[in-house]
Design a protein around this ligand. Structure first.
Ligand SMILES: [Zn+2]
Length: 68
């Protein structure tokens, strides 16, 4: 995994420390539930897709990235 140079100040997801402009950080994706699972449910005769999870991106500061 590669460290990315920060362009916009952000907060580390692990230590809640600040990631300043120019610092190195690591991007990670986390998933909740099962994002790949989709089922079709019918309500009033119309099909609708229901997702069973989602993914979101987090940022880790350089220190936490090296520990992980
Ligand atoms: Zn951190």
């Amino acid at each position: 995994m590669k460290l990315i140079k920060c362009r916009q100040p952000a907060t580390c997801d692990t230590c809640k420390g600040e990631i300043n402009k120019g610092d190195l950080y690591r991007k990670r994706t986390k998933s909740v539930g099962s994002p790949r699972k989709e089922t079709v449910e019918y309500s009033d005769g119309y099909p609708s897709y229901v997702k069973h999870g989602f993914t979101y991106a987090i940022k880790l500061c350089e220190g936490c990235a090296n520990e992980a």
